[in-house]
Design a protein around this ligand. Sequence first.
Ligand code: FAD
Length: 506
Amino acid sequence: MKKSVIVIGAGVAGLASACRLQHAGYDVTLYEKEKLPGGKMNRIQQDGYQFDLGPTIVMMPELYQEVFQVCGVNPNDYIPMQRLDPMYSVYFGDQDDDHYEISSDLIELTKTLESFGDEDAQGFLEYLQVIYKRFLVAKEHFLQKPFRKPSDFYNPSMLRQGLKLKTFDNADTFISKYIKNERLKQMISFQTLYIGVSPYSGPSLYTMIPMIEFLYGVWFIKGGMYTLAQSLERLFKELGGTVHYNSPVDEIVIENGQATGIRLNGEIISSDFVMCNADFPYAMKNLVKEPKAKGKYTDKKIDNMKYSCSCFLMYLGMDKKYEEVPNAHNFIFNEELEQNLNDIFTGKRLDTASFYVYIGSKLDPTLAPEGKDGLYILVPVSDKSCSQYEWNDETIQHYRGHILDALEKVKGFENVKQEIVSESYMTPPDFEQRFNAYNGATFGLQPTLAQSNHMRPQSKATHCENLYFTGSSTHPGAGVPIVLLSARIATEELLHDDKGILFHTR
Ligand SMILES: Cc1cc2nc3c(=O)[nH]c(=O)nc-3n(C[C@H](O)[C@H](O)[C@H](O)COP(=O)(O)OP(=O)(O)OC[C@H]3O[C@@H](n4cnc5c(N)ncnc54)[C@H](O)[C@@H]3O)c2cc1C
């Protein structure tokens, strides 16, 4: 008889683990508290407009495709992709020369770089070379493998590789060694915000994120990111898996140091293994009730850990198409970026902000009514652990007002306020309530040095057998491609324990 696995949570990591385990011969049942798959990769439908709720930027497409390939199907039948060129626009002000289009074509990119001067163009190429070397080390030795026991990290070979990562300076200091122009520096350091950490304090290694954009491109999945969530759910069902929505799990049942199932609506449902995709700090505090099974992750420890920033999002249905705006992905920078970021990570409400505007309907017109566009606007804000202000209607109107004032200064958006016909929002408390994101931190535990690699929560529970974790607060961290790696690692850990399979990444 097949062994059974219960997966808690249909976020992208839960869905990917469920597919991999079902394909590997387990009888997998998935329980999700919401009514749709995807977790933060959800979809908002309003008045004929469709918005991705959270992630929008597709990087490292081969990791998206891998899950489908491993399960024996053609990824193009599920998540057809196109490469974007230009990848995105960056705006620093309202003049034409304040606007840069960032190409993935080396010849076009070189023209943009040289507009900042030959020295900075050369500095940019040096930065790429240095960070690419570190990326190869991280990929080979850190990102794809679990750290079960201290000796998996504290051994001469790993320590040597760790030194090669040179993670001790922050992203901004590192970039400043190669590039002098403030705008160019900001253009290749803000991407650390993709994983919820400031470039002014986050480890320099995370400047590999823009490198990945430049060397591997930015992609679009037909229908938007939610197509991935839907397609993973479809694959899981085709493989024979079962999904239950509107099913908030109350507890991971643990007996004699072993996970034996879950408690849901007062009923115990047994399984041989439990794979938990609910956010690790939330799950350790609320779902793992047995004190011994928490190991070092006591409630106090969970509260003392550092959390990533959160996001405020506006989803706006517009009564026109934005033909004058050339790209779907747009970053609008504020002159006080550094001050804004310090304020975010010290809990202050912002009066001016840098933000991101995504027009998915430019890439797939079916996402909006004919002749219209939908605007997704993301503002990074403080998470609940440090926020000094409440989220209420007044806060929402405060941010809405400031952001739209700034947006109407950008060419093409001059009348944006009058063009809104439909709107909704997501705030940090919404992320906490809907998806159990601890502290509403949209990217989970912050990837500080002390919360990365062997020091980040690992997939295999340390003090309980048959229990595994996957998702953005576990190793290797946040972002869709990275949580897809987490799902791969978590599945391999379970297969290793159950069947003794040794994977090449171990
Ligand atoms: C606004 C925003 C923009 C982003 N942009 C990008 C981007 O452009 N590119 C990118 O690569 N990444 C991006 N990210 C990051 C990326 O979306 C996340 O890292 C990733 O989706 C996290 O997936 P996950 O499986 O770890 O967690 P989640 O999506 O949080 O999934 C966890 C699931 O568990 C469920 N759950 C929780 N508790 C229970 C319970 N008790 N019982 C049952 N179910 C439960 C939740 O409802 C949820 O469905 C963005 C994130 C946000 C929020």
